[in-house]
Write a protein that binds this ligand. Structure first.
Ligand code: DX5
Ligand code: ZN
Length: 221
């Protein structure tokens, strides 16, 4: 399966986001991970629909929004309007997950579900069966901040999820987010993840082009 590197602009320079996004695209990156945090679901605040709308004309890359907010439903129409392609919502935040995923689909976006490290995936069976689950995002750190260390058990969770997907003939993409670096990316891909979010390590020393190349090499792409 095709491997996608999805840099998180959480670690970009917020004073020149358009430049950073263009540098990524010039390096062949076609997927940008947008971490939306409301200071409530997680103890950090990032940006919202307005910022995404302003960024949209600066790249053709796929916009992948990861909603770390208490009320995702409130944001969905605005995100669709801002040109977001994929939206992942936290299982822990969605009381009415089926409805939320249906809304995302109706708005013309691909929907996915994010699982915190302690959250399991079995309860996603029915939304997967009904074609509402395009992606499962396994958090390999507790959400909220970049630069944390990868939780080693995440590798086992990826492999378990691959097995569960096979047993049930589901087709969702497996994405991983948190603590990915040059030394562990290959193990994460070998476990079965195909969409890899990279934050701080992608913007390290502001050497974006060099870092993209190093990740491609480390991942054997
Ligand atoms: C954390 C965010 C991540 C973050 C990853 O809550 O969801 O996308 O940017 O950053 P690193 O790669 O530094 O762990
Ligand atoms: Zn994220």
């Amino acid at each position: 399966m095709k491997i996608v590197l999805s840099p998180s602009i959480l670690s970009a320079d917020f004073s020149c986001l358009a430049d950073d996004v263009q540098r990524l695209e010039n390096s062949g990156i076609m997927d940008i991970h947008l971490d939306i945090m409301d200071g409530h679901f997680v103890k950090n605040i990032t940006f919202g629909v307005g910022t995404i709308k302003s960024l949209r004309p600066h790249t053709k890359a796929n916009f992948d929004a990861h909603l770390m907010v208490t009320d995702p439903d409130e944001l969905l129409a605005g995100l669709a309007d801002a040109g977001v392609n994929t939206v992942t919502v936290h299982k822990e935040a969605c009381v009415h997950l089926y409805h939320t995923l249906e809304t995302i689909k109706t708005l013309g976006m691909d929907g996915g579900v994010v699982l915190n490290p302690a959250t399991d995936y079995e309860s996603l069976k029915y939304v997967a069966q009904d074609g509402l689950l395009k992606k499962v995002l396994i958090m390999s750190v507790e959400p909220g901040f970049g630069g944390q260390s990868y939780l080693p058990m995440s590798t086992r969770k990826i492999a378990d999820l691959v097995k569960w997907r096979e047993e049930n003939n589901f087709e969702f993409i497996i994405q991983v987010d948190g603590g990915v670096n040059i030394n562990n990316i290959k193990t994460i891909i070998d476990a079965g993840a195909t969409d890899i979010v990279i934050g701080s390590a992608m913007f390290k020393d502001r050497q974006i082009e060099k870092n993209v190349e190093a990740f491609r090499k480390a991942a054997d792409l």
